[in-house]
Design a protein around this ligand. Structure first.
Ligand code: 13P
Ligand code: ZN
Length: 271
């Protein structure tokens, strides 16, 4: 039997949190990640079989009863996870009544799941309805996307189209566009509900003046999604830095040709 700390799950989430920090998206304790793991994939690890303690969730997560999540701790620094995974990560299992989470591994110095865990779980619930392979929710603070929330109307169609037109890759990676919610207080069930409602149609939701919520089937895919959105926002910032004058740009027809060539369906409300 192996130790869970040496599993591919802990290794990958530790890499991703460090890389996200390294990109400048996770100052201090900014950002959080949760990864849904099948019980069968935990069979080899003897150290995840006992409940260490039980944690209140503060909302009804019954739709996820019995599911396991590897999640970052509240107040923990993404920069550090790679060096102290047993302290900064926890493996939890949602209880049968959906009100609590049993801690099976990690958070060894008394840590608790991220303050955004209700928002993560609500997003997992909605994404699972549209994609059975849904596994990851990732929140972070990408600088250029946050900047965009000050200079643009908080309009999904406008922001999605702007990001699509910043690089040929955007439409291919997020053809549905990006969801946008109003500014709301972090860590509340209200922001969780608003985010999850957007997750019915989008895998990426902008939190104005704060950051981004992304969802996907793997850590790599979700990271790549956020990376692509932030790259597009960075190009927009750089256009501003070069004087802001646009001489030529990707047209709507060129976006349609892109969608056709890459066999994706662009959100018909936006294009
Ligand atoms: P946590 O430290 O609770 O994960 O919060 C970080 C954050 O980014 C809140 O939005
Ligand atoms: Zn945040």
């Amino acid at each position: 039997m192996s130790e869970f700390v040496n599993s591919k799950f802990v290794k990958k989430i530790s890499e991703i949190t460090y890389q996200s920090y390294d990109h400048g998206w996770d100052e201090r304790n900014g950002g959080n990640v949760s990864l849904r793991i099948d019980e069968a994939d935990l069979a080899d690890y003897a150290d995840v079989k006992e409940v260490k303690k039980t944690i209140d969730l503060g909302f009804d997560a019954r739709a996820l009863a019995g599911q396991y999540f590897l999640v970052t701790g509240t107040g923990r620094y993404f920069r550090n996870v790679i060096n102290q995974p047993k302290l900064d990560l926890g493996l939890v299992r949602i209880t049968a009544d959906g009100q609590k989470a049993d801690l099976m591994w990690g958070f060894e110095d008394g840590g608790l799941p991220t303050s955004e865990f209700p928002s993560h779980l609500m997003s997992h619930i909605e994404r699972l309805k549209v994609d059975q392979n849904q596994r990851v929710v990732m929140h972070c603070h990408p600088t250029n996307l946050i900047a965009l929330s000050f200079t643009q109307d908080l309009d999904e169609a406008q922001i999605s189209r702007l990001l699509w037109k910043m690089q040929a890759e955007s439409l291919v990676v997020f053809p549905e566009g990006i969801g946008v919610i109003p500014y709301m207080t972090p860590g509340t069930t209200e922001i969780g509900k608003a985010t999850a409602a957007k997750m019915q149609d989008f895998r990426v939701v902008m939190w104005p003046h704060h950051g981004i919520f992304g969802a996907g089937t793997s850590l790599d895919e979700t990271f790549g999604l956020i990376e692509t959105v932030e790259k597009a926002a960075t190009i927009y910032s750089q256009i501003g830095a070069q004087g802001g004058q646009i001489k030529q740009a990707i047209t709507d027809d060129q976006l349609r040709a892109l969608a056709k060539a890459f066999h994706v369906v662009a959100n018909p409300d936006f294009l």
